[in-house]
Design a protein around this ligand. Structure first.
Ligand SMILES: Nc1ncnc2c1ncn2[C@@H]1O[C@H](COP(=O)(O)OP(=O)(O)OP(=O)(O)O)[C@@H](O)[C@H]1O
Length: 296
C-alpha cells in the first residue's frame, strides 16, 4: 500500500472491497462478490462475431483459437480466443481468479492444454516447452514480482537471461546493449540485485527477458508492489519497447485503468471466458467496465 492511500495498487483495500480509480479519485466501493456476480453477467452475452480478429488488424501475429487449458485435470480456460497483431499491445483485465495469468501461462507452456491451438507468426506452437517458446518462437515471459536472483549482481542477473544462448559471449554482448539503453541499470551493474529499488528491480526483470531478443513479451502484473512513480516508469519502458522496438505485448494488469490506457486492445476475462473485447480506449469509456473495474 502507498503511504498516502489506504488502498494498494490493485485497487483493493485489504477489506475484501474493491475501491475504484475513478478519474476524479476513489468514488465507489463494491464488494469482490458483487464484482464477480456482475462480471459473470457480462460473459453471458459473449463477443460479437469477428471482433477478436478485427481488433488485431490484417494478420494476427499471435493467435489463440478455442483454447481449453488448466492445471492438472482442472480446466480454467474454456474455448478461449485471442488475437494480437505484430507490434500491438493487449491487456487482460477481470476479477480475481478469472484465469488472466493462466492465459499467459498457457501461451508460454506452463499449463496442460486440453484442446485448441496457439500460433505465433502462423506457426503452431501449442505444445512447445517454455524453453522452445523462448528459443524458437521468440516468446518471453516476464514473471511477477521477486523473480530476480537477489544475491547476484545486476549484470549476472542479465547474463542469466541468456542461459539458452549457444555462447555466453552473446548474452554478455546483449547485456552491454541493454546497459547502453538503460543507464540506471548500468550504474548499478556490480550491485547485488537485492539492493535495487522496486522500480529498478522491475526494470531488471524486463531487461533480463530482453537478452534473448524476444518478439512477444508476456507481462504479468507489471505494476504489482510498486510505488506510483515507479509504475509510470515501468509503463513508459513497456511503451518504448512496443513503439520503438516493435515488441508485441500481452499483459495482465490488476490496475485496470493503467493497463487499458496502455494497451491497444483490452479483453475482459470472466471465469475463463472472454466477456468483452475492444480497444483499450473504448473499454476505459465503457460504463460496465468503469463500474466493475475502474471504480465508477
Ligand atoms: N499452478 C496452479 N495450479 C493449480 N491451480 C492454479 C494454478 N495457478 C492458478 N490456479 C487456479 O486457476 C484459477 C485462475 O487463476 P489465475 O491466476 O489465472 O487467475 P487471475 O485472473 O490471474 O487471478 P488474479 O487476478 O487473482 O491473479 C484460479 O482458480 C487459481 O486458483
Amino acid at each position: 500500500m502507498t503511504a498516502d492511500s489506504d488502498q494498494d495498487e490493485t485497487g483493493q483495500d485489504g477489506t475484501g472491497k474493491v475501491r475504484g480509480y475513478g478519474h476524479g479519485g476513489v468514488d465507489t466501493v463494491i464488494s469482490v462478490e458483487d464484482v464477480n456476480r456482475q462480471a459473470a453477467a457480462l460473459a453471458v452475452s459473449g463477443i460479437p462475431e469477428g471482433r477478436v480478429a478485427a481488433l488485431a488488424g490484417d494478420r494476427p501475429f499471435l493467435a489463440i483459437d478455442s483454447l481449453r487449458a488448466g492445471y492438472g485435470k482442472m480446466e480454467i480456460l474454456h474455448d478461449f480466443n485471442l488475437q494480437v497483431g505484430r507490434g500491438q499491445s493487449l491487456c487482460l483485465i477481470g476479477p480475481n481468479g478469472a484465469g488472466k495469468s493462466t492465459v499467459l501461462h498457457s501461451i508460454f507452456g506452463f499449463t496442460n492444454i486440453f484442446g485448441g491451438s496457439i500460433a505465433v507468426d502462423g506457426k503452431n506452437v501449442t505444445r512447445l516447452s517454455p524453453k522452445d517458446k523462448l528459443r524458437t518462437a521468440g516468446v518471453a515471459y516476464i514473471l511477477q514480482d521477486k523473480s530476480v536472483f537477489p544475491g547476484m549482481t545486476v549484470e549476472e542477473n542479465l547474463w542469466m537471461g541468456g542461459y539458452l544462448m549457444d555462447k555466453p559471449a552473446q548474452a554478455k554482448q546483449k547485456a552491454e546493449e541493454i546497459f547502453a539503453k538503460y543507464p540506471r541499470l548500468a550504474e548499478r551493474r556490480r550491485h547485488a540485485a537485492k539492493v535495487l529499488s522496486g522500480g529498478e528491480r522491475r526494470l531488471l526483470e524486463i531487461s533480463r527477458a530482453l537478452v534473448m531478443d524476444p518478439e512477444v513479451l508476456l507481462v504479468d502484473e507489471p505494476s504489482i508492489g510498486l510505488e506510483p512513480r515507479f509504475i509510470d516508469m515501468v509503463f513508459e519502458i513497456l511503451h518504448d519497447l512496443q513503439r520503438n522496438e516493435g515488441k508485441t505485448i500481452i499483459m495482465v494488469e490488476q490496475n485496470a485503468k493503467k493497463g487499458l490506457e496502455f494497451a491497444d486492445i483490452g479483453y475482459v476475462l470472466v471465469s475463463g471466458e472472454l466477456a468483452m473485447a475492444d480497444t483499450g480506449d473504448r473499454l476505459l469509456e465503457d460504463p460496465q467496465v468503469g463500474r466493475l473495474f475502474l471504480g465508477g
